[in-house]
Design a protein around this ligand. Structure first.
Ligand code: GLN
Length: 496
């Protein structure tokens, strides 16, 4: 048995029966990281020593018959979650020297349940991107390869591309991510793994470096639907330190994975059939419909009429909030400082050097749409359209239990193929952005491979706090798809 190939449920089982120790499990993953991270660059920071110390504690707890639900499970943490005493960069040079004195709510919940952190994963700078190429710490490579052209270096998606690549390449059993416009679901789709963005407010944002506060959703990555259910159960929960955190009990999501689809109604949004979808995606989507029908669900077409306004609305609201959130990086309070002639010069030098091109572009757009004279025309208008998009989902969920759609309009692309053109990159978010604007839960499940041998994900979207139905439908898709393909670069495979 290879310890890096286990799912979380199987690892818990093996640890519980003492078939292997938490130390052995951690060591297997640390060895995999040492072997493959120099190539993949999935981790910005590896915390091997802390991981082993935590694994020893988990072993002691397990020997006493104790230990939380994730005791000894090695995870990777997106480097946007503050981790006490461990550098947290958000992929930016401006936070290069930042070592948080506190632990984010989500990572604290995972630690409470016994999880072990292997390190901090790479991301687009401040989570702005869909390719993990805008990080100040270099790009992350997708462990999957095209059949025809295995030399091409593919992107893992983004912004949580380091987490997705780490889980796909078997460097970690699971990982955390954040999804503001698709940053969990799209990298999950590109890397052939599973990821869920829960309802807004389900996971606390406290201690997560802010990108766009009304859109930021922490959530998990796993190699299967049930792994995500186990991780989300631990990550979710009320937190009075985040005023948008919701005080509702956290259900047993793993139980929801085993429920039947009988009697469920699944909607297929008509407006998601956009022109320019890559070959194979439409086909995969149809396959998903028939799998769900065979499993007992009823499929109907639904309309989300404001879908076409999702991207422009998102690319006004997200930069607006980002420009405001990023004002705090002034060289005085956090991270990098470049001294200047006077205070203004210090700000300019610090921010000029500290932020990369995409972040500067977003700050410019955001400042523009919030400025006097443009606020009503752009920002206020976008907020009104956002309300209409939410209403689209509310109307649809009056008639169906969940929606089925593709996760992304393409499979993983190569570095440089789209990454040079910001607008091409923004278009990649067409299927993921609406669920963020509406705050509804959505999950990506690997459904199959395209003609190039690259994974494609299907997306299940649920009503607010409908994570359970999302897990039920996603688990049914997973069973029907029987996706067992593995990436070319992974722990235990011949050296790349
Ligand atoms: N690709 C989107 C953006 O660039 C979404 C990123 C995210 O979800 N963090 O803003």
């Amino acid at each position: 048995m290879t310890l890096t190939d286990l799912g979380i449920a199987a690892a818990r089982h093996g640890l519980g029966r003492r078939e292997f120790s938490a130390r052995e499990l951690a060591l297997a993953h640390i060895a995999a990281i040492e072997a493959l991270n120099p190539r993949l660059n999935a981790f910005i920071t590896v915390t091997a020593e802390q991981a082993l110390a935590a694994a020893d504690e988990a072993d002691e707890a397990l020997a006493r018959g104790e230990g939380g639900p994730l005791a000894g499970i090695p995870l990777a943490i997106k480097d946007i979650f503050c981790t006490r005493g461990v550098r947290t960069t958000a992929g930016s040079r401006i936070l290069g020297p930042f070592v948080p004195p506190y632990e984010s709510a989500v990572t604290a919940n995972l630690l409470r349940d016994g999880a072990i952190f292997l390190g901090k994963t790479n991301l687009d700078e401040f989570a702005m991107g869909s390719s993990t190429t805008s990080s100040a710490y270099g790009s992350t490579e997708n462990p999957w390869k095209r059949r025809q052209n295995p030399e091409a270096r593919l992107v893992p998606g983004g912004s949580s591309g380091g987490s997705a690549a780490a889980v796909a390449a078997r460097l970690a059993l699971g990982a955390t991510g954040t999804d503001t416009g698709g940053s969990i679901r799209q990298p999950a789709s590109f890397c052939g793994i599973t990821g869920i963005k829960p309802t807004y407010g389900r996971c606390s944002r406290w201690g997560v470096v802010a990108f766009a506060s009304s859109l930021d959703h922490p959530g998990p990555f796993g190699r299967g639907v049930e792994d995500c259910a186990l991780l989300l159960r631990s990550m979710a929960g009320h937190d009075p330190r985040d005023s948008t955190s919701v005080d509702r009990p956290v259900p047993d999501y793993a139980a929801a994975c085993r429920r039947s689809l009988k009697g469920l109604r699944i909607g297929v949004p008509r407006e998601y059939r956009v022109p320019g979808m890559a070959a194979g995606i439409e086909e995969m989507w149809r396959a998903g419909e028939s799998w769900l029908r065979e499993a007992g669900a009823e499929i109907t077409e639904v309309s989300l009429p404001h879908t076409e306004f999702g991207l422009p609305t998102y690319y006004i609201i997200a930069p607006a909030e980002a420009s405001s959130n990023l004002a705090r990086y002034d060289g005085v309070r956090f991270g990098l400082r470049r001294d200047g002639e006077d205070l203004i010069d210090l700000y300019e030098r610090t921010r000029g050097e500290g932020f990369g091109a995409e972040v500067k572009r977003r700050i410019l757009m955001g400042t523009y749409v919030l400025s006097h004279g443009y606020y009503d025309a752009y920002y206020l208008k976008a907020q009104k359209v956002r309300a209409l998009i939410f209403q689209d989902f509310a109307n649809a969920f009056a008639g169906v239990d969940a929606l089925l759609a593709p996760t992304a309009p393409s499979a993983a692309f190569a570095e440089g193929e789209k990454t040079e053109d910001p607008v091409m990159m923004y278009l990649n978010d067409v299927f993921t952005v609406p669920a963020d604007l509406a705050g509804v839960p959505a999950m990506s499940v690997p459904a199959g491979l395209d003609a190039d041998g690259l994974p494609l994900g299907l997306q299940v979207i649920g009503p607010p706090f409908g994570e359970e139905v999302v897990f039920t439908v996603a688990a049914a898709l997973e069973r029907a798809a029987g996706f067992t393909s593995l990436p070319a670069i992974r722990a235990g495979s011949p050296a790349p």
